[in-house]
Write a protein that binds this ligand. Structure first.
Ligand SMILES: C[S@@+](CC[C@H](N)C(=O)[O-])C[C@H]1O[C@@H](n2cnc3c(N)ncnc32)[C@H](O)[C@@H]1O
Length: 304
């Protein structure tokens, strides 16, 4: 009769056949992760990531070298990674990296794990005709948006701002590894405060936008609270950025913001009230209203 009690992965790997081949380790891992990963497909993908990471292999090698026997050190490394994942740690933190746009980024518990919906923000920003190639990413975290923009537009001068020195250190590490360190400038500070007024053609931001009572916070406790929570309503940081970005943008410069799925009407209203023109909302790849854009008028006081 199959055992219904969840098996700790370390036990599972300890009681696994010895010698243990890579393809058998993959099968055991896939079964073990099925409950944690959310779907069989996600479990299969995570099992490949974890095993490849434990062995120091590219994923493709798992298939071409499936008969390779794991050493005791590799078995123990794999058990430790699987333990962390089964304890609920996000797979990106367990691996220490994640994919974003066309980049692989180092992530640590000091940085938010970049989300797929933010890739849509990057796509929208890349389509805008901006009046000058000075660009700022406010709340850069791991550098996801800033580095994706810099990689796609070699002529843009990208400024990555964050108030977290620890997050900026990770973003700089990513920039160096991706060969983008000469093209992105990293600045510690509070939103627009450290930036030169009237100079930027594009400002992008994916700021904290959860209210401090949001029930989803319980599920997100591995990520830094300062990257997630804006205040009592969730709109506090978005409102501050919309207000202060007017001074930093040059005329006809664009502001592109990610927001919560139900915040679109409020964010667009804030943009209009604060005098932006060409305000519009955009959906992410999953069809949720997640991105708002607006353009600075020739004279920001015109419609304020
Ligand atoms: C939701 S995370 C986004 C990180 C990254 N842009 C991404 O999409 O993965 C928000 C980021 O804003 C930063 N942040 C929060 N308050 C800030 C402030 N007042 N000034 C600058 N950065 C801030 C946090 O440290 C965090 O890195």
């Amino acid at each position: 009769m199959p055992c219904k009690t969840p098996i700790r992965p370390s036990n599972l790997l300890r009681s696994a056949p010895d010698p243990l081949q890579a393809r058998e380790a993959l099968r055991l891992l896939r079964e073990t992760l099925a409950g944690q990963a959310g779907s069989a497909q996600a479990a299969a993908q995570e099992a490949e990531w974890l095993l490849a990471h434990a062995l120091g292999w590219p994923r493709s090698r798992l298939w071409s070298h499936g008969e390779t026997v794991l050493t005791p050190q590799e078995r123990s490394r794999l058990a430790q990674l699987a333990e962390r994942r089964l304890a609920g740690e996000p797979v990106a933190y367990v691996l220490g990296e994640t994919g974003f746009h066309d980049l692989t980024l180092t992530v640590t518990p000091d940085t938010l794990i970049p989300r797929p919906e933010t890739e849509q923000l990057v796509e929208i920003a890349l389509q805008l005709a901006i009046p000058t190639p000075w660009v700022a990413d406010l709340g850069a975290g791991s550098g996801a948006i800033a580095l994706a923009l810099a990689a796609a537009r070699p002529d843009w001068q990208v400024h990555a701002v964050d108030r977290s020195a620890a997050a900026l250190a990770v973003a700089e590490t990513n920039a160096r590894r991706l060969g983008l360190i000469e093209r992105v400038c990293f600045i510690e500070g509070d939103w627009c405060a450290p930036l030169v007024p009237g100079r930027f053609g594009l400002i992008v931001a994916n700021p904290p936008y959860l209210a401090d009572t949001d029930p989803h916070l319980a599920m997100l406790h591995h990520e830094p609270r300062g990257a997630l929570v804006a205040g009592p309503t969730g709109l506090e940081d978005l409102a501050r950025i919309i207000d202060t970005a007017r001074e930093i943008l040059m005329p006809a410069g664009w502001l592109v913001l990610e927001h919560g799925w139900d915040q679109g009407p409020n964010v667009r209203q804030l943009l209009e009230t604060m005098g932006y023109q060409a305000v519009s909302g955009h959906k992410d790849f999953a069809g949720h209203d997640r991105i708002a854009i607006g353009q600075r008028r020739a004279d920001p006081k015109e419609a304020a």
